[in-house]
Design a protein around this ligand. Structure first.
Ligand SMILES: [Zn+2]
Length: 256
């Protein structure tokens, strides 16, 4: 069976982009964190299924709960960056983006005592107008990004971008691994991501995982905003429909 990358974004409910207008960042510290409980649920499930995954973690979360990062790393999962405080690339200057990805990487490496080589932009916000972000990530020592949605969403997307892993920088091994999609006729539709991976029927989702992976590695991703397995039993079932591994492992051992 072809191996796909399973990825999980580690952020709390008040940090999602859709709540940005209503929950300013200076109020974040006033909320009780739910992220630890939800990560524990996912770690138990992954342990039960003997699956290792990639966790894209906010630097803000790592700084607040370093024990959570150590726990994830200690169970053999890949630690990767989701930026510092969920600023979309589209909201940052190149200099501010460089500082964001440097700061988040440093705190994650310090806590996990291991290299952080992957980055996912909040809301898949690297697009045709923000291609400079790939250059900055490579300069900062990242080896891959999973930050492009090759379809049009209401506030992000890069229609026409490659649907499978590709090298955005000439002469560089740096990789962009876009979120999973499935093609229906002329439409390219999302199949990964917090909402989409839960809304597509399981057989279709498993099918697109396998078929897409036949061409290149892809991501079957979610984020831990809620009670992941309790409200979405389909996601639990989907874990037995495909073979999964951390993104780095999939990239290092691509299918023929
Ligand atoms: Zn996120």
């Amino acid at each position: 069976m072809i191996t796909s990358a399973l990825t999980i974004d580690v952020e709390d409910w008040f940090q999602v982009s859709n709540l940005e207008p209503y929950v300013p960042r200076d109020r974040w510290a006033s909320f009780a964190l739910t992220v630890e409980r939800n990560v524990d649920t996912i770690l138990a499930l992954l342990s039960e299924k003997q699956i290792r995954a990639t966790f894209f973690i906010l630097g803000w979360i790592a700084h607040r709960v370093p024990s959570l990062v150590r726990k994830i790393a200690g169970e053999g999962h890949e630690i990767a960056s989701h930026g510092w405080d969920h600023q979309r690339v589209s909201a940052l200057s190149p200099a501010a983006f460089a500082e964001d990805v440097k700061r988040s990487r440093e705190v994650l490496e310090q806590i996990s005592a291991g290299p952080v080589l992957g980055y996912r932009a909040p809301s898949f916000s690297i697009d045709a107008e923000r291609q400079w972000a790939h250059s900055i990530l490579a300069e900062q020592g990242y080896q891959y990004s999973s930050s492009v949605a090759p379809f049009q969403h209401d506030h992000y997307g890069w229609p026409g971008a490659p649907r499978f892993a590709w090298r955005p920088l000439s002469g560089s091994p740096f990789l962009e691994v876009p979120v999973s999609t499935v093609r229906f006729g002329r439409w390219c539709l999302p199949a990964g991501g917090a909402v989409f991976s839960g809304s597509i029927p399981i057989p279709c989702r498993a099918s697109c995982c396998v078929r897409s992976s036949a061409k290149a590695s892809l991501l079957f991703s979610t984020s831990i905003l809620g009670r992941w397995t309790r409200y979405c039993p389909g996601r639990r079932a989907a874990l037995t429909s495909c073979t999964f591994a951390p993104t780095l492992i999939v990239l290092l051992c691509p299918p023929d």
